[in-house]
Structures are given as structure tokens and as C-alpha cells.
Design a protein around this ligand. Structure first.
Ligand code: ADP
Ligand code: MG
Length: 695
């Protein structure tokens, strides 16, 4: 069995016609072994299984035809071209070539039989094919048809379609004599009603003429599901392995701190919600284990995740350890800093601040306190896991808005907390709630807690979508609201990825609003401001000294000003649903009824219209995320680049999400009772180095 597989696992250079140069090009496509060719599925198929009669062809059709040359001529109308008229008794068609050699010209003698494959289109003088693939037939020879549909692969620079096809053909040949091991248990395959791996691969590379191409195109053919299933399984198991491994790793068991924790909760100006209490209990239980916690808190925007993080810190610090809290932006880190300062004011503990824009002297002081252990809690940005930061005894790491950070960054911070063989506990929080099946695939290395309840008294934000030509009405509405003592955000359009342009747009909008609303106190924040300046504006807004805050999307994450109750978002049609939901979550935090106005530029496409409708109709972040996922795909939702969400070869998380519960069950079973096959599946799909998080 194992030996058989070896031919498939051999390097590409074992195939005919593959030298180091071609192997190098294919390697860039991640095709390194013979087997990898099999997992590179065709993009589409061509039907060369039969010859189509010329009399029955129609424009738009792609087909194989055959006929006798009636006439070949070079014409100079507009552009020099070679026209070859062929006929088969049922009809005629013209072949048109713009690039041709003298030799080609001479091939098309009157009476010669040719077969061609190409797109049929309506030309000036009837049906034509432009630059078809063609073959000159010998007298009496029939056009060559194939037994199966012809696969079309995605080509890379310098590797031609024909070459790829023949290489895959060789790989299929090898597969015929040395079938790849079937790594899924028989009863699982039977239960899923899926073909074996080998049957699925053969079918997809060489579908029979009657294959249901529509179901293949939509990715729901059982053969594709079979492959997607195994790929999702491989990725799931590798993430799950990280989790299982952590259960065997050692961490400091923090048993104490219960009293301090109660005192802290009692000192808060409000009561924790039942959901917050439940999650705090789950965290406290994790922290008292001698294995590292790896927990994700999911909760809608405004559900009160920060205070739960504070509870975790209190417990760790009461046990004599250090904790670190990392946020994705300075603004958010600063807000946490202010909150924690206030919350911990009456407790005897030290906070330290670390950020990229910090003055050298302050930074040095922070670093010293962190290294000596006089700092109990460190709050900051990415600066936390950079070189030169040495913790005295870091035992708890909290990462806010985790979708903004990569797995790698998380690992880097974790390594800061490594103390001989002791691992730190990790808590990650995300305000982009993600659908359950997607969470299963993306965060299988984490245990999940969900805060599924908002603090009492919150009223859903009322949302409307308006064309931006109605901006004057909206300005009037802002005037009225602020005159009545409310505060408002005006979020400026996002211009590409350019911070400079975003900030210019925000400045211009600020200018206009200052002119239009001279009686209001109007502030401006954007990403290019130095943090003290920005902090000052945010403070003023928080303290009610500014009525209207003009901002770029820097305020997207986490900013908390409960008195603000009106938000205007420009160019809403360009933003992702989850991002809009995040922005909107800045209002609706106090007791007053809040409103959100989504301004869009006309004309609005059908997709954009339905996207905005989702926000108008729902305040539930999980529902918004589900729709966002359906409309834009998981990469956008999770930020693929940042999270390092795996790039699948065949599976598609949106399309195949419903496989996840079964993937999970099969993974549990294999990892429990068939570790060898589990390892082989991971190796097949992820390669030797491919353990997620380790790359
Ligand atoms: P998020 O989950 O979006 O990070 P925050 O932690 O910023 O939410 O909390 C949002 C707001 O809700 C803050 O003003 C916070 O003080 C408040 N809050 C949190 N928990 C409660 C609670 N149990 N009762 C009332 N207000 C709360
Ligand atoms: Mg938050």
C-alpha cells in the first residue's frame, strides 16, 4: 500500500518530459509531486467527444467540427487575414486567422479535410471561428474525438495547456496502477454517499461525455464534495492538533484570586449580564487548569467583552502573574488603557503602556517595569510582541479584535510568555461574529465562548439607507439632533487603501460641515493624526465638548462613547457588511434611541441594494455576518491575509460549509482511534511542512 503511493509522491521530474526548468515553474503553482497534479482540478471542460454538424452549430457554441476546404484566401480589408471556408454537406463555416505563416496558408488547399475546435460566432458573411485549434486530416481520416470531456487547467506562465494535460494524463496513468490509499473509513464513505478518492479524481479529470457539467461548475458534484471533504478534514485536524497539543502542554494553574475577582465585579457601576457571568466562569475555570487556555470570546459589538477581559486580568494578577492586553489600533489600545486605569484605580496594581509611537524614554521605562515584574498588566499595540520586550512572568495574554491579527502574531506573543516549558494562557476576542460552521473551520484550535446578550436597556439602532443627493436633509437632521443635546459621528468615505486620500477626504468633509453647521462644535479624527492629538479630540467628544465628530473608519473598532446616538456613514455601498455593523455599533450604547444613516452613491447595483437592506433589517451581528459570508466569501469576512486562514485547493468554505459538522465528527473519530490515517490525510493535503500556524 505504502509502496504504491510512493510513485504518486515522487517528484515531478520522474515524469516524461519534465526537466528542472518545468518542475520549477510548476513548483510556483505549488505542484511539486506527481500527486499534486491530481489535486489541481480543471477550471472547465471542452466537449470533443463528438463532431458537430456545421448545419447545426450556433453562435456561442464551442465545438469540434470537420469539413472540406472550399476556398482559402488572404484578404486585406482592415486587417490582413486568412479566411478558410469549409463545408461538411450540412453547412459551412469560415475560419479566420490574423496571424499565419506562409506554410499554414499552403496547408489549406481546396479539397483538404480539416477538423477544428473553437468558438462559433456570427461574422459578416455567416458563421465563423477565429483562430480555432485545427488539424489537417489525411484522406479518409476521421476527426479525432475523445472518450471523455477535455479538461482545461489554469495555466501558469510558460506552461502550456497541452503540456499540463499530458502531465496530468501521466499522473492518472500512474494512479491506475498504483491507486492512492483510501484514507477515509468505508462506513464513512458509505454514510456520506461519496465515491473513493481515486474514483473522484479520475472522474473530475476525465469526465464521461454524459457528465453533469452544471453540477460540477457549481461545485456540488459528489466527486468534488468527496475531495472538499477530505481537504477540510485535513485542515480541521491540523488546527485541532494544535488544540490537542496545548492540552498536553503545561501552564501555570491560577487557582487563587476568587475574592479579588468578586470585589472587582462588585466595584463595577453595573451588574454583569448573565452571558458575561457565564463567560467569566468559563475563563476562570480555564485559568485554574495546569494547561494553557486557548479561548475565543465571540460577542456582538457592544456586548461588553472588555470588562470580561478585565476580570481575567484581575484573576491572573491576584495570582502574582503578569497579563498583557493587545489591541489592533492605538486608539483602541488607548481606550482600554483609560478604562482599565479607571476600573483598577482602587486596586493595588501597576499598568504599563507600550506602543509604536511612544517616546523612547517612556518606552524604556515601560520595558524596565515589564522585565522587572513591577508592571502587572501591559496594554498596547503590536509593539507588545516585538523584539526587546521581555516579560518577567507573563501568564495571560489577551488579544482584542483578533481578526485584525494573524495567527503568527498571536504565536509570537505567546512565545514571549514561554517560561521553560510553561505556556501562557490565551484569550482572544472578536467582534466580528462568524457563522458557526465557518468558526468551526477557522478557529478549530480554540475553545469558544459566546456573549449572546447585550447589556440591558439597549435599543436596536434604527437604520436607513439614503442616496447621497439627500445629504442636505441629513445635515439638517444632524443640526436638529445636536441642538437637542445629542452627539453624532460622521464617517467619511473610504478611498482605496490610501491613508493620505482618506485623510484629505475627511478634512474636506470637515470643512464643509463646519460651514454648513456653524453653531456646532465639530471635531475631526483620522488615521494620520498623532495619537496625543487624536486622543485629545476623542476625549473632548467623550466629555461632550464636541457635538459632531467627523472621522475616517479609524473609529471602526471598539471606540466607546455611550452618549453618541446618531451616525452618518458615507459611501456605505463600498464597505463590507460586517464593517458597517461594527461602525454602527458605535451608537446605540446609551439609553437614547439611536439612528444610523447609510448614504450611498447612485446608481446602486442589485447586490449593493440587498447588502444595505440586510443592515436596515437586522441589528444582529451573527445574522449580518452570515449574509456577509454569503455575499462576499470568508476571506473578506475574516481578513484572509491577516488571519492566515488556509488557502484551499478545492474546498470553498461558503459553498461547502454544510460539510463542517460531519468533518468535525469524522476528525474526532480519526484522531481518537486512527491516528495513522489522520496523519496521512494531513500530509496528503498540507504537505510535510504544512501544519497550520507553524508555517
Ligand atoms: P465590545 O463587546 O463591543 O467590546 P465594550 O466592552 O466596549 O463592548 O462595552 C460596550 C459598552 O457597554 C461599554 O460602555 C461598557 O461600559 C458597557 N457595558 C458592558 N457591560 C455592561 C453591563 N453588564 N451593563 C451595562 N453596561 C455594560
Ligand atoms: Mg471591544
Amino acid at each position: 500500500m505504502q509502496q504504491h503511493d510512493n510513485k504518486l509522491r515522487a517528484p515531478l521530474t520522474t515524469l516524461k518530459g519534465v526537466g528542472p526548468a518545468l518542475a520549477g515553474k510548476l513548483e510556483r503553482l505549488d505542484v511539486c509531486r506527481v500527486e499534486d497534479l491530481l489535486f489541481m482540478l480543471p477550471l472547465r471542460y471542452e466537449d470533443r467527444t463528438r463532431v458537430t454538424l456545421l448545419g447545426t452549430t450556433r453562435p456561442g457554441q464551442r465545438c469540434l467540427v470537420s469539413g472540406e476546404v472550399l476556398l482559402a484566401e488572404t484578404v486585406y480589408r482592415g486587417r490582413r487575414s486568412l479566411l478558410v471556408r469549409i463545408a461538411d454537406g450540412s453547412g459551412q463555416i469560415t475560419l479566420r486567422f490574423f496571424y499565419f505563416s506562409r506554410q499554414q496558408q499552403q496547408q489549406f488547399q481546396q479539397g483538404t479535410q480539416v477538423s477544428c475546435y473553437g468558438d462559433v460566432r456570427a461574422g459578416a458573411g455567416g458563421l465563423e471561428m477565429i483562430h480555432p485549434e485545427y488539424r489537417i486530416l489525411k484522406p479518409g481520416q476521421e476527426a479525432a474525438t475523445s472518450d471523455a470531456l477535455t479538461p482545461v487547467y489554469s495555466v501558469t506562465e510558460g506552461v502550456q495547456q497541452g503540456r499540463l494535460r499530458s502531465l496530468v494524463g501521466q499522473a492518472l496513468e500512474i494512479m491506475r496502477s498504483s491507486t492512492p490509499s483510501e484514507l477515509l473509513p468505508d462506513d464513512v464513505l458509505a454514510d456520506l454517499q461519496m465515491p473513493t478518492l481515486a474514483a473522484a479524481l479520475l472522474y473530475l479529470h476525465r469526465p464521461p461525455p454524459e457528465a453533469d457539467l452544471i453540477s460540477i461548475e457549481e461545485g456540488r458534484h459528489p466527486c468534488q464534495l468527496r475531495l472538499s471533504f477530505e481537504e477540510l478534514l485535513a485542515h480541521y485536524m491540523s488546527l485541532r492538533n494544535l488544540r490537542l497539543l496545548a492540552r498536553r502542554e503545561a501552564a501555570v494553574a491560577m487557582n487563587g484570586g476568587t475574592e479579588e475577582l468578586q470585589t472587582f465585579i462588585r466595584s463595577l457601576p453595573y451588574q454583569l449580564t448573565a452571558a458575561q457571568n457565564r463567560v467569566c466562569t468559563e475563563i476562570a475555570a480555564d485559568l485554574s487548569q495546569a494547561h494553557p487556555m486557548m479561548r475565543l470570546i465571540q460577542g456582538d459589538v457592544g456586548s461588553g467583552k472588555t470588562v470580561v477581559a478585565a476580570v481575567a486580568c484581575i484573576k491572573a494578577i491576584a495570582c502574582g502573574k503578569q497579563a498583557a492586553l493587545m489591541a489592533p489600533t492605538e486608539l483602541l489600545a488607548e481606550q482600554h488603557w483609560h478604562n482599565f486605569k479607571q476600573w483598577f484605580h482602587d486596586f493595588d496594581l501597576q499598568l504599563a503602556w507600550l506602543s509604536g509611537s511612544q517616546r523612547t524614554k517612556d518606552r524604556r521605562e515601560s520595558l524596565a517595569a515589564i522585565a522587572k515584574g513591577t508592571a502587572d498588566l501591559v496594554i498596547g499595540t503590536h509593539a507588545l510582541f516585538q523584539d526587546g520586550v521581555k516579560f518577567h512572568d507573563l501568564a495571560l495574554i489577551i488579544i482584542d479584535e483578533q481578526h485584525r491579527f494573524g495567527v503568527q502574531q498571536r504565536m509570537a506573543l505567546r512565545d514571549k510568555g514561554m517560561r521553560s516549558n510553561f505556556h501562557p494562557h490565551q484569550l482572544v476576542m472578536t467582534a466580528t461574529p462568524i457563522p458557526r460552521t465557518l468558526a468551526m473551520a477557522a478557529y478549530a484550535d480554540l475553545d469558544t465562548s459566546i456573549i449572546d446578550e447585550l447589556p440591558p436597556g439597549r435599543q436596536p439602532v434604527r437604520t436607513v439607507a439614503l442616496p447621497d443627493k439627500r445629504r442636505p436633509e441629513v445635515v439638517a437632521r444632524v443640526r436638529e439632533a445636536c441642538a437637542g443635546g445629542q452627539q453624532a459621528y460622521w464617517v467619511c468615505p473610504l478611498i482605496e487603501e490610501s491613508e493620505v486620500l482618506n485623510y484629505e477626504a475627511a478634512e474636506a468633509r470637515h470643512e464643509l460641515l463646519v460651514q454648513a453647521l456653524p453653531e456646532l462644535r465639530i471635531g475631526l479624527v483620522h488615521g494620520r493624526m498623532k495619537s496625543p492629538a487624536r486622543d485629545k479630540v476623542m476625549r473632548a467628544f467623550k466629555d461632550g465638548k464636541i457635538d459632531l465628530l467627523v472621522a475616517t473608519t479609524v473609529i471602526e473598532v471598539g471606540v466607546d462613547v455611550p452618549a453618541a446616538s446618531l451616525m452618518i456613514i458615507e459611501n456605505a455601498e463600498r464597505m463590507g457588511l460586517s464593517q458597517l455593523h461594527q461602525l454602527r455599533g458605535r451608537v446605540g450604547r446609551g439609553q437614547a434611541q439611536s439612528h444610523c444613516v447609510l448614504l450611498y452613491r447612485q446608481p446602486l447595483g442589485q447586490l449593493a441594494r440587498s447588502r444595505l437592506a440586510v443592515l436596515r433589517d437586522s441589528n444582529d451581528g451573527f445574522l449580518v455576518a452570515q449574509r456577509d459570508l454569503e455575499l462576499r466569501g470568508p476571506g473578506e469576512l475574516l481578513g484572509t491575509r491577516q488571519t492566515g486562514l488556509p488557502q484551499y485547493r478545492i474546498a470553498n468554505l461558503v459553498r461547502d460549509a454544510e460539510l463542517m459538522p460531519k468533518v468535525q465528527r469524522v476528525a474526532e473519530r480519526l484522531q481518537h482511534s486512527d491516528e495513522r490515517n489522520a496523519a496521512l490525510i494531513m500530509q496528503r493535503w498540507l504537505g510535510d511542512a504544512g501544519r497550520f500556524g507553524k508555517v
